[in-house]
Design a protein around this ligand. Structure first.
Ligand SMILES: [Zn+2]
Ligand SMILES: [Zn+2]
Length: 321
C-alpha cells in the first residue's frame, strides 16, 4: 500500500527553529486585500449567547455517523472539542498585532487557478471575519533544484514541502500575520519515504502550504471548476481553523471534520456545525447572523447552492428560534 500522508495537514512542531541567514527575508508584496463588510471589527460576544445558538441550530445538522473503512475516524482516535472546551483552552485568536491572514501563491497558475486562489482569499475573509491579503505570486524559481524532484514512478514534478515552510515562508512571515498560507499547483512531498502530501503546516510558526494539484483541473469544465473551487475553499478554511486552535470535529458533519481521502473530504460541508461555528464567532468577534449573511451572498454568487441554502436556513432559525 502506498505510503501517503493524511489529507489533513501534518503538524510539524519545532520544524522551523533555525532559518539560514542567507535566505531572502523580504516581505511578501500585496496585490489585493479582502475585508468583511465591517472591516473585521471585533465584537466581544458573550459565550453564553453563542451557547444558545448551538441549541437553535442543532436541528439542521447531521450527526457524524459510523465511519466507513478507510475514513478518518476509522483510523484516527479523536477526542473532539466542544465550544465550552475551546473557550476554556485559551485558543489562538486574532487579537493584538497578529490579526491578518496572508495568502501566498507559489509557482505557476493558469487563469482559472489564479481566480480560484483569489476567491479563496475573499471567502476566507468572510469565513474568518478578518483581513486577508493576497500576495504577489512567488515564481517557481524561488524553489531550487535541491528542493524538487520528479516522482520516481509517476514522473510528476514535486516540491519539497518542508523546504517551502522553512526556507520560503518562514523568512517572509509578516509581523502582523495570524497565519501565512501558501498555495501551489505543483504536487508536494515531505521527504524521504513519502509519495506525496496534500499539505503541511507548522502551527507554532503560523505557516502552511497546500497543493491544488489534486483538486482537479478547473479549466476542464464548469463542474470541474466548481469542484476545484470547493476543495480549495475547504483547505483554506479547515486549515486556518486549526491555526486558530480548532480541533477536529467528531460531533457533526462539519468543515472541521478530519478527512483521510478526497472522497471523504468531498462529502463534508463547507459550513461549520453549531459547536465549531460558535468557536469562530467568539474567537473572531463576529455576530453569527452577520457572518452567515455574508457567506450566503458569496455562495449564491458562486453557485454553491448546498451552502447558501444552509446559511439562509440558519439565519432564519437564529432570527426566529
Ligand atoms: Zn484537519
Ligand atoms: Zn464541528
Amino acid at each position: 500500500m502506498e505510503r501517503v500522508l493524511r489529507l489533513c495537514f501534518l503538524v510539524v512542531l519545532g520544524l522551523v527553529s533555525q532559518v539560514a541567514r542567507s535566505e531572502d527575508r523580504s516581505r511578501p508584496r500585496i496585490v489585493k486585500t479582502f475585508e468583511p463588510v465591517d472591516l473585521g471589527r471585533f465584537q466581544q460576544i458573550d459565550p453564553e449567547s453563542l451557547q444558545r445558538t448551538i441549541g437553535q441550530l442543532e436541528r439542521i445538522h447531521r450527526k457524524l455517523g459510523k465511519p466507513s473503512p478507510g475514513d478518518w475516524l476509522d483510523q484516527q482516535k479523536e477526542v473532539g472539542q466542544t465550544f465550552r472546551q475551546y473557550v476554556a483552552s485559551d485558543p489562538v485568536r486574532p487579537t493584538g498585532r497578529r490579526h491578518i491572514l496572508y495568502v501566498q501563491p507559489i509557482g505557476e497558475f493558469d487563469a482559472k487557478q489564479s481566480e480560484i486562489v483569489e476567491l479563496a482569499s475573499e471567502y476566507l475573509a468572510l469565513y474568518m471575519h478578518t483581513t486577508v491579503r493576497l500576495c504577489k505570486v512567488l515564481p517557481s524559481t524561488t524553489v531550487p533544484q535541491k528542493a524538487r524532484r520528479e516522482h520516481p514512478e509517476w514522473k510528476v514534478p514535486q516540491m519539497l514541502s518542508t523546504y517551502l515552510l522553512k526556507n520560503v515562508l518562514k523568512p517572509r512571515l509578516p509581523d502582523d500575520a495570524a497565519a501565512y498560507i501558501a498555495f501551489t499547483t505543483t504536487d508536494l512531498w515531505p521527504g524521504r519515504g513519502w509519495n506525496f502530501v496534500f499539505g503541511q503546516a507548522s502551527l507554532r510558526d503560523r505557516v502552511g502550504v497546500w497543493s491544488m494539484y489534486r483538486n482537479g483541473d478547473p479549466s476542464n469544465s464548469k463542474a470541474d471548476y466548481l469542484l476545484c473551487l470547493r476543495r480549495t475553499l475547504r483547505i483554506a478554511t479547515h486549515e486556518t481553523g486549526h491555526m486558530f486552535s480548532l480541533a477536529h470535529c467528531i460531533a457533526y458533519q462539519c468543515n472541521m471534520c478530519g478527512a483521510n481521502h478526497l472522497q471523504e473530504s468531498d462529502r463534508l460541508p463547507l459550513y461549520l456545525c453549531p459547536e465549531c461555528h460558535a468557536k469562530i464567532a467568539w474567537a473572531m468577534g463576529v455576530d453569527p447572523i452577520e457572518r452567515y449573511t455574508q457567506l450566503s451572498q458569496f455562495c449564491k454568487q458562486h453557485e454553491m447552492g448546498w451552502e447558501s441554502a444552509y446559511y439562509d436556513q440558519a439565519i432564519g432559525l437564529l432570527r426566529d428560534p
